[in-house]
Each structure stands twice: as structure tokens, then as C-alpha cells.
Write a protein that binds this ligand. Structure first.
Ligand code: ADP
Length: 356
């Protein structure tokens, strides 16, 4: 048993930031709260940390009710987006802060600060001040400061948002390594789906203060429970239609571009969409062979936009009927499909999912 949240509701005046959220974390897991700005992620994290007094519902840890328990008595470590380091204290002083507040002796403090700095790869930086560190290093100090108290829960609030893309990737790996080493149960808030998909054991997608979906990254990406979650986790190529038949976890959906079989359950006659991800779509110039295992959806797509992104080119194509799709091509120099040209679109077998 670890963190358990039951029917948590938080209102700021007339705004309902959280509308009855329930979830339970497994001991040692890395759990993500993912959702667009304003969906209530930070509010949930702050309520768990003990920074929000006015809420209803229950938060418990290891069976103990946390209602009314002040933040510093919860033994949770927290890392903020803006690091929130003390600028006048050294790295050592910042990391030792939580131990001094807990009246840990000087020798033990020294040993634990050294241990925490080693864990985050900052040994040797003890005497620097935050202003003498890069953004990534400051975030490592913030992590060390949260870890040094040996928290029973680690709370991370958009910890990588202030870092540039390369550093973000590096720190993402560091957080993964540190979590594997410490196995501290972690609740991690982000609006970045790639961060969540690549790090989470499980994740909850929030929208308007409610959980829309909860599950493992792969399951949610491949079989999202609804259109919002499907679109939030990645690019979505959809066709709308009507279910003609359904059995054994498969449905057939009649779309303007023909009947398509997808994974999912629905009632015959229901309005529904089917979708596939861009990486499962082949965009084929006129005369190109259809790759094995792919089925042509249309030969009448029009290339309307091409963006060279380095590792591949992202194409936007219009399908007959006006539906716009996105697909990738990895192509040799000079092989770019011209905007305005006609192309065929084919989808890999088994790639279709249902959009309820
Ligand atoms: P997120 O972290 O997902 O961006 P927040 O939890 O910060 O979302 O906010 C959820 C909702 O509550 C938003 O509509 C936001 O404007 C509102 N909100 C957050 N903090 C306050 C506050 N202190 N006073 C009033 N409204 C707030």
C-alpha cells in the first residue's frame, strides 16, 4: 500500500480544479499525471504535498490519513519546475536544509549530503552557489535536496520544463536511473506526453479536473479510451463512420473510404471513428509498390505540406472527403514529395484502433 487518493475535490472560488479524483499508487512505481495546462495536475500534486488546506475527499499514505497533517511531517520530497533553490546558500547548504530542519546531527548530515550529491552526479560541487550552476545542475541540486531526507514519496512538478531539449533528454535519463536505484514511489506531473510515455510505469490523463484515462503508456497509446486521450498522447489519423459489425474485440467500421477493421468493442450501428498513428502509415508516390503487410486506404491523397525534421519528413496529406492526415517518410536527398502531388496512403495491418 502506498499513496491512495479518494474522491479528491479542490475548488478555488468558483473554479473546480479537481472534481472527485481517485487513484492509488503501487509501492515503488513511477506514476505520471499528464494533461494540458489548467487540467489540475499541480493542484493534485500540491494537495498530496500538503500545500492545499481546503479540499474534500481523502489522501492516505500506507493506510494513514494525511488530512490535516502539515507538509513537513509527511516525509515527501518535492521538486519544482523553477528549482526553488536558496540563492544565498551553497549546494551543500541547499541539500542539507531538510536535514537541519529535522534536527539530524552534523556528521550524519555531512554523510547524507555527500551521498545525495553522488546520487545525482554532483560530487565536487558542494561549495558552489546556485547562480554558478547550469539549469540542469540546479535541477540536480533540487533533486538531491528532495532525496536527502529519504522521502517515502517523491513529488516532481514539471521538473524538466525549464531545460532546453538536449538537457531535458539527459535529465530524463538521470531521473530514470535515480528512480531505478532508489525505487522511491514517485508522482510526476508533466504536460509533455513524450516524457510521460518514456518514463512512466503508469499514467493518468487529466482533463478539466477529472481522470480521463489511467494505464500503462503502451496500452494507452495504442488503445486510448477516447478521442481526447488518443489526440493528447500522439498524432492522430482518423476516419469517421459507423460500426457495421462487432465481435471478439474487433469491429468493422464503414467509412467514406471503405470498410475498416479495427481493434475495439462497440455496438453495431453506433457512430464511431477509427484511427491509426502516423508511424504506421506509408505515403507512396504514384507508381510506388505497397509495402508488404500494408493495405491501401486511398490512392487519391494530396500532399499539402511537407516539413523536413532531420530524421524524417513530416507530411500532411488531404484524403478524399477533406480529412487531413499526418505521416512520416525517411527519404534520400531529392526524394521529397512535392506539395500538391498525388500519393497513395496505406496503413500497416493491425494498426487500426477504435475511437469511441
Ligand atoms: P495544471 O497544473 O494542470 O496546469 P492547475 O492545477 O495549476 O493546473 O490549475 C487547475 C485550475 O485551477 C486552473 O483552471 C487554474 O486556473 C485554477 N487555479 C490554480 N491555482 C489557482 C489559484 N491559486 N486560485 C484560483 N484558481 C487557481
Amino acid at each position: 500500500m502506498s499513496l491512495r487518493i479518494e474522491n479528491l475535490t479542490v475548488r478555488y472560488g468558483s473554479v473546480t480544479a479537481l472534481g472527485g479524483v481517485s487513484l492509488e499508487l503501487q509501492p515503488g512505481e513511477m506514476f505520471f499525471l499528464l494533461g494540458p495546462s489548467g487540467c489540475g495536475k499541480s493542484t493534485l500534486l500540491r494537495a498530496v504535498a500538503g500545500f492545499i488546506e481546503d479540499s474534500s475527499g481523502a489522501i492516505a499514505f500506507g493506510g494513514e490519513n494525511l488530512t490535516g497533517m502539515p507538509a513537513h511531517r509527511r516525509d515527501f520530497g518535492m521538486v519544482f519546475q523553477n528549482y526553488a533553490l536558496f540563492p544565498h546558500l551553497t549546494v551543500e547548504g541547499n541539500v542539507a536544509f531538510g536535514l537541519e530542519a529535522r534536527k539530524v546531527g552534523a556528521d550524519e548530515t555531512r554523510a547524507r549530503v555527500a551521498e545525495a550529491l553522488q546520487l545525482v552526479g554532483l560530487s565536487g560541487y558542494e561549495k558552489r552557489r546556485p547562480g554558478e550552476l547550469s539549469g540542469g545542475q540546479q535541477q540536480r541540486v533540487a533533486l538531491a535536496r528532495a532525496l536527502v531526507i529519504r522521502p517515502r514519496l517523491l513529488l516532481l512538478d514539471e521538473p524538466l520544463s525549464n531545460l532546453d531539449a538536449k538537457l531535458r533528454w539527459e535529465m530524463r535519463g538521470e531521473i530514470k536511473r535515480i528512480h531505478a536505484q532508489t525505487k522511491i514511489t514517485t508522482l510526476y506531473v508533466t504536460h509533455d506526453q513524450k516524457e510521460a510515455l518514456s518514463l512512466a510505469d503508469r499514467l493518468a490523463i487529466l482533463k478539466d479536473g477529472k481522470i480521463e484515462a489511467l494505464g500503462a503508456p503502451r496500452d494507452l497509446y495504442l488503445a486510448p479510451p477516447n478521442r481526447f486521450c488518443a489526440g493528447f498522447l500522439g498524432d492522430l489519423n482518423a476516419l469517421d463512420g459507423e460500426v457495421t459489425s462487432a465481435s471478439n474485440g474487433r469491429v468493422r467500421v464503414k467509412t467514406p473510404l471503405g470498410e475498416i477493421e479495427a481493434a475495439g468493442t462497440a455496438n453495431a450501428g453506433a457512430k464511431a471513428g477509427v484511427f491509426c498513428r502516423p508511424e504506421r502509415v506509408a505515403l507512396l508516390p504514384e507508381g510506388a509498390a505497397v509495402p508488404e503487410g500494408y493495405a491501401v486506404v486511398t490512392r487519391e491523397a494530396t500532399v499539402c505540406n511537407a516539413a523536413f525534421l532531420g530524421e524524417h519528413t513530416l507530411y500532411e496529406v488531404d484524403l478524399p472527403g477533406g480529412t487531413r492526415w499526418r505521416c512520416y517518410r525517411t527519404e534520400a536527398a531529392g526524394a521529397k514529395l512535392p506539395e500538391g502531388s498525388k500519393a497513395a496512403v496505406a496503413v500497416a495491418g493491425g494498426a487500426w484502433g477504435l475511437l469511441a
